[in-house]
Write a protein that binds this ligand. Structure first.
Ligand SMILES: Nc1ncnc2c1ncn2[C@@H]1O[C@H](COP(=O)(O)OP(=O)(O)O)[C@@H](O)[C@H]1O
Ligand SMILES: [Mg+2]
Length: 262
C-alpha cells in the first residue's frame, strides 16, 4: 500500500480536484484506489457521485466507534471513497481533538485494511497547517504538493516543506515530495515566468508537465464526476493522465518496508 497525502500551503489551488482526478486515472490504470477525505469541507466525495445529502464519513464513524467499512462508497471509475462526513461544530472539534491525541490513527486504520502492496490511498487535506495535514503526513509514503504558478504559492512552499520535514520525512517508509503546478494559462507571461522559477527551484521533484486551466474541471464537478470521466479528450484530462503516469512511477520507485499490525 502506498499513501499519497495531497497537500498545499494555500487553499483553492486544486488539491481536491487533483486528488479526485488522479484517483480516477490510477483506478483506470488497473490499481485499487481509495480516495480518503480528511478535509471538513467534505468535498472529495462530490467528484465521485456520492449523494449530496449523505452525511456518513470518517469523522462520524470514528466518534461513534463504527468500522470504516460502514462509510466506504463505491465511487465512479471503481474508486473506493471514504468521505469526511457531515458533522456539527462540536463533533468536528471532538474529532480534531481525537486526532491530536492519536497521531497514528490513520496509519493504524490503514494497516488494518490489509491492502495489497500495489494499492493506493489518496488523502485529501485542508490547506496549511492543521491536525488533518499532520495526520496525513504521519501516514504518507509520498506527499503531493499542489501549487499555482503565482508569487503567493511560490512564497508558501517553505511552510509546507517544514511540515513535511517534521511529520513525514523522519519515517523510513516516506519516499519524498512531488510538486504539481495546476491551473496553468499559457497565454499569461507572468505564469510562464513563475513556472520557470518553480522548475528551477524544484528541479527533479516537479511533474514535468502542467495541469492546464480548463473550464471542464468545474463543469465535471457540477455533474458530480471527474474530468477524466466527463471530458476524457480535454487538454486537462490528458495532463492528468500524464501526471498519473509520473506519480505511478514515483510511487513504484519507493520500497516500503513491512510494518507489523499492532
Ligand atoms: N485545472 C483547473 N482548471 C480549472 N479550474 C480548476 C482547475 N483545478 C481546480 N479548479 C477549480 O478551482 C477551484 C478550487 O479547486 P479545489 O480542488 O477545490 O482546490 P483546493 O482543494 O486546493 O481548495 C474549484 O472551483 C475547481 O473547480
Ligand atoms: Mg479541497
Amino acid at each position: 500500500m502506498k499513501v499519497i497525502a495531497v497537500v498545499s500551503a494555500k487553499g483553492g489551488v486544486g488539491k481536491t480536484t487533483l486528488a479526485a482526478n488522479l484517483a480516477s486515472v490510477l483506478a483506470n490504470s488497473g490499481r485499487r484506489v481509495i480516495a480518503l477525505d480528511l478535509d471538513p469541507q467534505n468535498a472529495l466525495r462530490l467528484h465521485f457521485g456520492v449523494p449530496l445529502d449523505s452525511i456518513d464519513g470518517l469523522s462520524r464513524a470514528t466518534l461513534s466507534g463504527n468500522p470504516w467499512q460502514t462509510v466506504m462508497f463505491d465511487g465512479i471509475d471503481g474508486v473506493t471513497v471514504l468521505p469526511y462526513g457531515a458533522v456539527l461544530e462540536d463533533d468536528r472539534r471532538r474529532f480534531e481533538a481525537y486526532l491530536d491525541q492519536h497521531p497514528q490513527w490513520l496509519a493504524h486504520m490503514l494497516q488494518h485494511l490489509r491492502l495489497e502492496p500495489s494499492d493506493i490511498v489518496i488523502v485529501d487535506t485542508p490547506p496549511g497547517s492543521s491536525v488533518y495535514v499532520r495526520t496525513a503526513l504521519t501516514a504518507a509514503t509520498f506527499a503531493l504538493n499542489v501549487v499555482l504558478a503565482d508569487a503567493a504559492s511560490y512564497a508558501a512552499i517553505p511552510q509546507m516543506e517544514r511540515l513535511i520535514a517534521s511529520y513525514a520525512a523522519p519515517r523510513p517508509e516516506f519516499g519524498g515530495v512531488g510538486y504539481v503546478v495546476n491551473q496553468i494559462d499559457q497565454s499569461r507571461q507572468l505564469t510562464k515566468d513563475v513556472l520557470k522559477v518553480l522548475r528551477d527551484m524544484l528541479a527533479g521533484r516537479v511533474f514535468p508537465g502542467v495541469i492546464h486551466l480548463d473550464e471542464g474541471v468545474s463543469e465535471a464537478l457540477a455533474c458530480d464526476t471527474t474530468l477524466i470521466h466527463y471530458d476524457p479528450l480535454s487538454q486537462a484530462a490528458a495532463d492528468l493522465r500524464a501526471c498519473g503516469a509520473w506519480l505511478t512511477a514515483a510511487l513504484d520507485a519507493i520500497a516500503v518496508p513491512p510494518r507489523n499490525v499492532a
